[in-house]
Design a protein around this ligand. Structure first.
Ligand code: SAH
Length: 348
């Protein structure tokens, strides 16, 4: 797909033509990754964060957040639950938390890999190359790190660099691939200041990076952040600003499927937050093939507030499982068996 083709789809408003996009993406999903919907159990292991991201409620200066870091036993209990519920993968996610020490994470990954058949995905932010190497060595299979936007000026504004930290996320993504991780990335849709041109370039970059996993969701305003104050972050005039709405999120999922037909693409919680009734399902019939049910203990889940109003925040893992199973079967699809690796997966 050319830049202009992507751009035209992003600007398309004709429902009949959009129905063609949804259909084409759904067919590509069926042809390349099949009808199974893979479940990845999300465990939000810490909400401590040293970063200053302008969009995220976990940013270091936000004093309103009660901070937590799960113990190894608490994480292990969630992992056992993932096994009991038949999931193929656990995703360990956190703020960028140096308190999650290299060896602590490595030991945890080693324990999961020796005691369970699960694939392990890490999403712990921008960590040092030595840490990423140690975790891969310990058996971690995949790493998620969204580049958030390919517009470097916008990125620098919303995501101040860490002094002395790794240079940029694109370089880290390449390094993750060299280490043998399956690599996932993605963007937020409708960041104040994000143009259609920016978003079209983001989608082209998914293909250039040859991503194994692509996670994209609408940007959602958190009031206790710099981006949450409209005075600080005026949106662009009229037809330049990408809206952070549901239809735009479906367009990005569908286009991601068309440019990376074999990728694993989740129907995200941020999308379900915009449309609680049908958001997940519509994502799944417009290109997505993955859902990430939340396994974090409810008391911590409420504290992992990257944006407010998260869907399904009070559901127990079991209730979540029943609900998802019903939703997936109502689409004539099945819950995936096994780990749901990328077709490019390379065993260590
Ligand atoms: N610290 C890790 C994990 C962050 S949470 C990291 O930085 O990679 C995972 C994703 O949530 C982020 O990459 C971002 O794209 C998304 N996110 C954060 N704040 C958000 C908001 N206000 N609205 C929508 N998505 C948000």
């Amino acid at each position: 797909m050319t830049h202009d083709e992507i751009l035209n789809w992003l600007r398309e408003s004709n429902e009949a033509r959009l129905a063609d996009l949804w259909r084409t993406a759904d067919q590509a999903r069926q042809a390349h990754v099949g009808g199974e919907v893979h479940l990845r159990g999300l465990i939000e292991i810490s909400n401590h964060c040293i970063r200053l991201c302008g969009y995220c409620g976990l940013r270091a200066p936000n004093r309103k957040v009660t901070r937590y870091r799960m113990t190894r036993e608490e994480v292990a209990a969630c992992v056992r639950q993932a096994v009991a519920l038949g999931y193929g993968t656990v995703v360990l996610q956190s703020g960028e938390d140096p308190g999650l020490a290299r060896d602590w994470v490595a030991d945890l990954v080693r324990w999961i890999k020796s005691e369970t058949p699960l694939a392990v995905t890490l999403s712990l932010g921008e960590r040092d190359k030595a840490e990423l190497a140690a975790w891969r060595e310990a058996g971690a299979d995949r790493y998620l790190l969204r580049f958030e936007t390919s517009n470097q000026r916008l990125y620098a504004r919303i995501h101040p660099a860490r002094p002395g930290g790794p240079a940029n996320r694109l370089e880290l993504l390449e390094h993750l691939a060299v280490l043998g991780y399956e690599v996932g990335s993605g963007v937020m849709i409708g960041i104040p200041g994000q143009t259609y041109d920016d978003l079209a370039r983001d989608i082209a970059l998914f293909a250039e990076l040859d991503l194994d996993m692509i996670g994209c969701g609408p940007y959602l305003v958190h009031p206790d952040t710099p981006l949450g104050s409209p005075d600080n972050w005026p949106v662009l005039p009229g037809d330049e600003q990408v809206p952070a709405n549901e239809r735009m999120a479906y367009k990005v999922i569908a286009l991601a499927r068309l440019v990376c037909p074999r990728a694993n693409i989740p129907s995200t919680t941020a999308l379900a937050t915009l449309n609680r009734e049908r958001g997940r399902e519509l994502g799944l019939v417009r290109g997505a093939n993955v859902v990430m049910p939340n396994l974090t203990p409810p008391a911590y889940r409420q504290l992992y507030e990257i944006y407010p109003g998260k869907a399904c925040i009070h559901e127990t893992a079991e209730a979540c499982q029943d609900c998802l199973q019903g939703r997936i079967e109502s689409l004539g699809r099945k819950i995936g068996s096994g780990r749901g690796d990328s077709p490019n997966y390379r065993p260590r």
